[in-house]
Design a protein around this ligand. Structure first.
Ligand code: FA5
Length: 332
């Protein structure tokens, strides 16, 4: 090997070793191997100078110094690079598997509401929602609820203590039936609407009751609307949402704004679960909104949305929907 070949081989090997050193201790080992004063590869290369003739020595000495300077500079540059704090690219190991991010989803009650509206839309019912803060006229008076009726008791309602309106004291509506009045006041028959939203009652909270819950009100008014129409729509609705094998029962009941009135139950566990109230709109109510009860008839119903959702998914406690435990909600 000629001296120049030996210099070249030394430089190539030294630069590669310096570039590959991954930390200060590895770099120190490289320094000892390639730049150590007492032994190591630099000494071996320097030995070529000793063997050179006096004429060759100045030129070879210059080449040797150039090679040594380049290796020394590369060493110093690598030394300061390894001393820098890690850059973002090297600090983050991009090959480590990521932690999954949980993306939120629609609340089961919201999913149910969307499906209710879709089913009723297929039966020709449009959506017409009303306000949650109501006056006594829409919540009670126009619904034929007498002044001494227990449903008006301040202990049975959430009255807003200081709020008043031209139609009397103001409360959080206790039923979506308020929307029947609002729609009939501003629309001429025929009417076919549903209205969905929150209602509020200071009921004792248990497996099937909450103080804030959702109802879907249905209203159909026109010529020749009968109890048979009401039962058909409710049966069709229940089987559309709960499945064809659902067992629906209509039980005679009483509401001041419907006559006759029924309550709608379905088979649940070893008994029946009440899903809603319904009936033919009382002539007094039709009269109060300016309709002629001799001309048109109508039916209305009010269904508890969470109770349907419980039946559909086999949930036995309504409180699960309102606790917002992500482990429960993420199952829908
Ligand atoms: C009413 O609210 C009437 N407005 C229904 C109605 C509309 C009758 C139109 C006639 C014509 P009721 O108080 O029974 O009725 O409530 C209707 C449904 O709401 C119940 O069957 C039940 O499914 C649900 N519900 C009632 N109270 C609660 C509660 N505290 N928590 C959860 N759901 C409830």
């Amino acid at each position: 090997m000629t001296p120049l070949e030996a210099f070249g081989a030394y430089e190539t090997a030294a630069l590669a070793a310096i570039g590959n050193a991954q930390g200060p201790s590895e770099l120190e080992a490289v320094r000892i191997e390639f730049l150590g004063k007492k032994q190591g590869r630099l000494k071996d290369v320097q030995a070529f100078l000793g063997k050179a003739s006096p004429e060759e020595r100045p030129a070879l000495g210059q080449r040797f110094n150039e090679v040594k300077d380049r290796v020394t500079s590369a060493f110093e540059a690598r030394q300061s690079a390894l001393a820098q704090p890690e850059t973002l690219a090297t600090a983050i190991d991009l090959t480590i598997p990521g932690t999954p991010v949980r993306i939120g989803r629609e609340h089961p009650i919201s999913q149910t509401i969307a499906e209710f509206k879709e089913i009723m839309g297929r039966f020709g019912f449009t959506v017409d929602d009303g306000p949650e803060i109501e006056d006594e006229r829409h919540n009670f008076d126009a619904l034929n609820i007498p002044f001494d009726h227990p449903a008006r008791d301040p202990l049975e309602n959430f009255y807003l203590a200081t709020a008043q309106s031209s139609a009397g004291p103001v409360l959080l509506r206790s039923q979506t039936s308020t929307v029947q009045i609002r729609v009939m006041e501003r629309t001429k028959p025929p009417i076919r609407i549903v209205s969905v939203g929150r209602v509020y009652r200071p009921d004792e909270v248990d497996a099937t009751h909450h103080a804030m819950f959702h109802q879907m009100e249905g209203l159909m008014v026109g010529k020749g609307v009968t109890m048979a129409s009401l039962k058909s729509v409710l049966r069709l609705f229940a089987t559309s949402y709960l499945g064809g094998d659902v067992n629906v029962r209509f039980r005679p009941s009483f509401f001041p704004f419907t006559e006759p009135s029924v309550e709608v139950d379905v088979k649940w566990k070893n008994g029946w679960l009440e899903l809603g109230g319904a009936g033919m709109i009382d002539p007094n109510v039709l009269d109060a909104v300016g309709y002629d009860p001799e001309e048109v008839t109508g039916f209305a119903f009010g269904l508890g949305i969470a109770r349907f959702c419980m039946l559909r998914h086999g949930i036995t406690d309504i409180r699960r929907f309102y606790e917002n435990d992500i482990r429960f909600l993420s199952q829908f």
